[in-house]
Design a protein around this ligand. Structure first.
Ligand code: HT7
Ligand code: ZN
Length: 878
């Protein structure tokens, strides 16, 4: 497979001004008729010389080619596996094509495919070329008109981008609808849906008084599960007006839920297509986490209407231009709708356990990659989540107002254009008179910088010095790194935990400041510091770096209890827990008996018994760092010791805090009894209650088992029921566990998304024998490798979340995964490729496991592979 480089970017030879499409949909094929108005790119070819026109196309049967009304014969054009080329005679011309495709056999879920009985599309990144020959690149923007023709009975709903302009009947029970999208767009934003769908309809009045028709289309049985998505949509529309001044532009905005979808959702202009898991939410069937995910994904896709659609990417190397910015926007939206601190804690936890691991692995790449083989492999945590952190730092450096001035200029200057990350930065610079030339290294350098801080207090001069040292480790293709701009939000605390006034270079900065670290070595001297302070550093995780400061465990206890900044209180408690766990891992590996540090018990008790503290914060503080994070921070990860130490600590904490936990659990259970509430505070209470239940079940007490079984049976919502199921499944109470699983499966068999949870809960259960259980579950009548949600729920959950079993020293987990990757690569390369990640991390483990993992990677590489899987596996072994 060929590697594509950013440095080779060249504007297209031709533009497509108009794109008229007609789809004839049948059960065993579809005909796609396109009529393109093309124009020479005179900026490149000013002399009028006409280069050949080369269109992208894959897996197409070409039936007809008409150039300016003349039908071409086979000798007039060239077709190969990826393209159609022909020689135009004029600088502007019309090209009409007919292709035949087979959506019903499209298992890769890219292009036009069938999900159940519904036709739908997924064109990002390069799926449109599987529909018809086209200039399928994001810098070619065209006005689309689309007509869809299908059997009326089976497909009463026919949708595409833009506004509906006409409809009618054909003979033989067929009907048609035409759609016109007035906004020029790249082909990756094209969408089509045909199906027997029902509709939740609402409306939104924009800030300029326009009435927008809002529609959510789902399969009839899901009609009652759309209210939350609709409510989230309306709140997103209002938020984008208020926070960014962005108004919706078409007369209609549609969301369609489909069951078979490779990712979460897709922002096609005016017609967002969603994985049903990101739309459907009802308290009986969806957990609070699912509710929050729906809210975030609906917002994310809606926000793309400006950050992605009105202003799009010049090429796919610029993917973070739209994704990083839009993730930042959706996380700020969620922070405004819920608890800001808790949202930040969730995002940072996720980033550190997952993106940091990517940055340290063989697929490490900059936020703006320099090269790729298959772009689908670059929809990564680095492009999305680290990209969002980079935008967050720009926001931190410019402040709310400066950032808004910058984004206003960006949207105004580039509306209707396909641009680059540099254009984004330039707009922020120009609007603020700022210079981000050094900052831009965040886009070009891969890897997570380590920021080491030490301090000195000079009592005689009342001076406090902070020494910063930044190092970014080598990553594939980037052995040497230059210093980056690291904004550090910080305060200095006195012995009572009060923030001191900061004075730096004679300037008073208030009690909290953002200092920019720009050098490899840098010292800040704070003046007028009356007593030796304790620093509260990197508040709110103001930069995506690995911070180290020589805090003692007592310092961390102090910060966990007294830092006025909520995020850093959590951070201190996490740091303490990591430190304790790393100590336990070492003791266990040395074969000595483990002991419990009472300081951690003390911190946990203080928050569990603090009824003033937000319950969601308490839940976050008592959650121990995940095994995945402990693997990430280990030099060489001993998964067995990590699993053992973490489970031991959870049980020890449960025993030590049994009465406090039980009292709080009972109080929360009593408060939450009765009517279900979707409010943020009710969600917070459920989160804490269920976290406590998980701990309490580890005591093995019959009384707690009774509470758990009662919660499972009497729950008024899926959050409580699922939490009780998880606790039972991970308990030694075999009879209750099996009864709960059977009861759950019987009750929810008709609900695919609920059954996904059922598969996941079992795949993640850490008792021995998990692999056999997963293999057995693969034979369950509701499991299929053809549905990405099912693959993620069972296989994904096992290989990513059940580390002790996946990394079994006999290598059975690795061989199982390799088999699944090989099998899946034949039907859905994108999903297969994503499954390679856990094997790609082989360097993290001991020699024996390294050898076993490499053996499986080599076995995969020996197969005939898609470019998707080939790229990840070959880079993993390099
Ligand atoms: N922009 C969307 C990306 C996407 C995608 C990419 C590759 C393969 C399938 C896909 N489905 C959706 C999603 C988003 O970030 O909003
Ligand atoms: Zn996105």
């Amino acid at each position: 497979p060929k590697t594509i480089y950013l440095k080779d970017y060249k504007a297209p030879d031709y533009w497509v001004d108009e794109t008229q499409l007609t789809f004839e949909l049948f059960e065993d094929h579809a005909l796609v008729h396109s009529r393109l108005a093309l124009r020479l790119n005179s900026d490149l070819h000013g002399d009028g010389a006409l280069p050949a026109l080369t269109l992208h196309g894959q897996e197409l049967a070409l039936l007809k080619v008409v150039l300016d009304e003349r039908e071409l014969g086979e000798g007039d054009y060239q077709v190969d596996d990826d393209s159609l080329s022909l020689q135009p005679a004029d600088a502007t011309f019309a090209l009409a094509l007919t292709t035949r495709i087979e959506p019903q056999n499209n298992t890769a879920l890219e292009g036009l495919y069938k999900s159940g009985s519904m036709f739908c599309t997924q064109c990002e990144a390069e799926g449109f070329r599987k529909i018809t020959y086209y200039l399928d690149r994001p810098d070619v923007m065209s006005r689309f008109t689309t007509t869809v023709i299908a059997e009326r009975e089976r497909y009463p709903v026919l949708l595409s981008n833009g506004n509906p302009i006409a409809s009618g009947e054909h003979e033989g029970g067929r009907h048609w609808v035409s759609w016109e999208d007035p906004f020029p767009k790249p082909a990756y934003l094209f969408a089509l849906v045909a199906g027997d769908l029902c509709l939740l309809q609402d409306s939104f009045t924009t800030m300029s008084g326009r009435e927008i028709d809002l529609r959510i289309y789902v399969e009839p049985e899901n009609r009652t599960q759309c209210d939350h998505a609709m409510d989230s949509l309306k709140r997103s529309m209002r938020w984008d007006e208020e926070v960014y001044g962005r108004e919706y532009d078409l007369d209609i905005f549609m969301i369609v839920a489909v069951n078979d979808f490779n990712m979460g959702a897709m922002e096609n202009k005016g017609l967002n297509i969603f994985n049903s898991s990101c739309v459907l939410a009802h308290q009986d069937t969806a957990t609070d986490m699912a509710f929050q995910r729906v809210e975030a994904v609906v917002a994310h896709e809606y926000f793309h209407n400006w950050s992605g659609n009105r202003v799009t990417c010049r090429d796919w190397f610029q993917l973070s231009l739209k994704e990083g910015f839009t993730v930042f926007r959706d996380s700020e939206f969620s922070a405004d709708m819920n608890s800001r601190t808790v949202k930040r804690i969730e995002d940072v936890t996720f980033l550190r356990a997952n993106q940091f691991a990517e940055d340290a692995g063989p697929m490490a790449h900059p936020v703006r990659p320099d090269s790729f083989i298959e772009i689908s492999n670059f929809y990564t945590l680095t492009v999305y989540e680290k990209g969002a952190e980079v935008v967050r730092m720009l926001h931190t450096l410019l402040g709310e107002e400066g950032f808004r001035k910058g984004t206003d200029l960006y949207f105004e200057r580039h509306d209707g254009q396909a641009v680059t990350c540099d254009d984004f930065i330039k707009a922020l610079e120009d609007a603020n008179g700022a210079d981000f030339s050094q900052f831009k290294r965040w886009y070009s350098q891969a890897g997570t910088p380590r920021l080491s801080v030490t301090s000195e207090y000079d009592a005689s001069r009342c001076e406090y010095r902070l020494h910063f040292n930044q190092v970014c480790p080598p990553t594939p293709g980037q052995p040497d790194k230059l210093p980056q701009v690291i904004p550090v939000r910080m305060a200095l605390l006195d012995r009572d935990g009060k923030e001191m006034t900061l004075r730096l270079n004679g300037e008073a900065l208030g009690t909290e400041a953002v200092v920019s670290i720009t050098e490899a070595e840098q010292t800040l001297v704070f003046e007028n510091v009356p007593t030796c302070p304790l620093p509260s550093l990197l508040r709110g995780f103001s930069a995506p770096v690995k911070l180290s400061y020589p805090y003692s465990r007592d310092d961390r206890v102090f910060l966990a209890k007294h830092d006025p900044d909520g995020f850093n209180r959590w951070e201190a408690a996490q740091g303490l827990a990591v430190d304790v766990l790393q100590g336990l891992v070492d003791i266990h590996r040395a074969g000595r008996p483990l002991n419990l540090d009472q300081r951690l018990v003390d911190v946990m008790r203080s928050v569990i018994t603090d009824s003033e503290l937000d319950a969601a914060m308490v839940a976050e503080i008592i959650r121990l760092p995940s095994e995945a994070y402990l693997v990430e921070v280990a030099e060489v990860a001993d998964v067995d010791a990590i699993h053992f130490a973490r489970e031991w600590l959870r049980r020890a904490l449960a025993v030590a805090l049994r009465d406090d936990m039980a009292a709080r659990y009972q109080a929360l259970a009593a408060a939450g009894a009765g009517e279900f509430s979707p409010s943020a505070s009710a969600m917070a209470d459920r989160s804490l209650k269920n976290s406590l239940l998980g701990y309490l079940m580890l005591t093995g007490e019959q009384e707690v088992l009774n509470w758990c079984v009662r919660q499972f049976v009497e729950a008024s919502n899926m959050t409580d029921r699922q939490a009780a199921l998880v606790a039972l499944v991970n308990s030694p109470f075999e009879q209750q566990r099996e009864a709960a699983l059977a009861d759950f499966a019987e009750r929810w068999a008709a609900y695919p998304l609920v059954m996904d949870q059922w598969f996941s809960v079992q795949a993640m259960a850490s008792q021995p024998g998990a692999l056999e259980r997963v293999q057995k579950l693969m034979e369950h009548p509701l499991f299929t490798m053809r549905n990405p949600n099912k693959v993620r729920a069972l296989i994904g959950a096992f290989v990513n979340q059940n580390l002790a079993n996946f990394h079994a020293i006999d290598g059975s987990g690795y061989a199982f995964l390799a088999d699944r990757i090989i099998e899946l690569d034949r039907s859905n390369p994108q999903i297969a490729s994503r499954l390679v990640t856990p094997l790609s991390r082989w360097r993290k483990f001991d020699d024996e496991r390294q050898a076993l993992m490499r053996e499986q990677l080599s076995r995969i590489l020996a197969e005939k592979l898609s470019p998707d899987v080939y790229e990840v596996v070959s880079k993993s072994l390099a």
